[in-house]
Design a protein around this ligand. Sequence first.
Ligand code: BV8
Length: 222
Amino acid sequence: MRITVLTGAGISAESGLATFRAVDGLWENHRIEDVATPQGFAADPALVHRFYNMRRATAAGARPNAAHHALVDLARHHDLTLVTQNVDSLHEQAGSTDVIHMHGALTGALCAACGHRWPAPLEMRPDDPCPACARPATRPDIVWFGETPFHLDRIWDALDRTELFAAIGTSGNVHPAAGFARHARRRGAECLELNLENSANARDFHRRIVGPASRTVPEWVA
Ligand code: BV8
């Protein structure tokens, strides 16, 4: 069966990575929407690098949980397209391949001046020179609010063809990811959500499995 899975911060919660809602959208008393934006970076690059250095360090110590491993099993028996909003690499650590990181990854660095990309060091600073053009324009290779997510053509194509769409651990607050279920449903897919609670786009799903992902995802995959 053709299955498309979208994961959000909730799948990594039991691996010790805080979700956005858990911090009430705040970090160091800054709204995440103010830190994870090009405007926020332009206003205070040191603050934004500090935010991502903290996230990179925390993610480096995290390990996949049973939910990540269950999706590796799912891919063995179905034609799975795995899309994640998360910027951690827990899916890859569990053994998933070809993970579509629509919001980028903590492991990536980008030069805002010349567009060069390279593996991000654990700690990034505003005056780090770009390895290609040497200008101090280094930023995380992350899709911020107001920026266009990566790989959308590939995602829309998968949603057009999928027979089953499952959203795991996402609050359904952030677009365009929050519109994926409705898009798939309109094209005849069965839509399932696995979460601790109703998401903001709960009405777009046919079915819901409530509970922690480390229990519900292995049970669903089995
Ligand atoms: C774009 C990288 C144009 C950064 C992120 C009004 C209406 C519609 C849209 C907008 C609007 N105003 C502004 C917009 C656009 C905006 C947006 O949606 N804003 C929201 C706030 C209203 N979107 C954008 O700007 C996007 N770009 O629109 O460009 C465009 C559009 C289409 C085509 C071309 C161009 C870019 C958005 C990307 C922003 N970057 N991440 C970083 O990570 O630092 S978003 C970031 O927040 C995450 O990546 C994630 O996507 C989002 C948080 O969502 P979740 O993953 O769902 O996490 P959350 O904490 O919210 O929820 C966790 C869930 O897990 C909860 O439901 C909880 O119950 C559950 N849970 C917890 N524990 C468990 C669990 N479930 C199971 N088991 C558990 N143990």
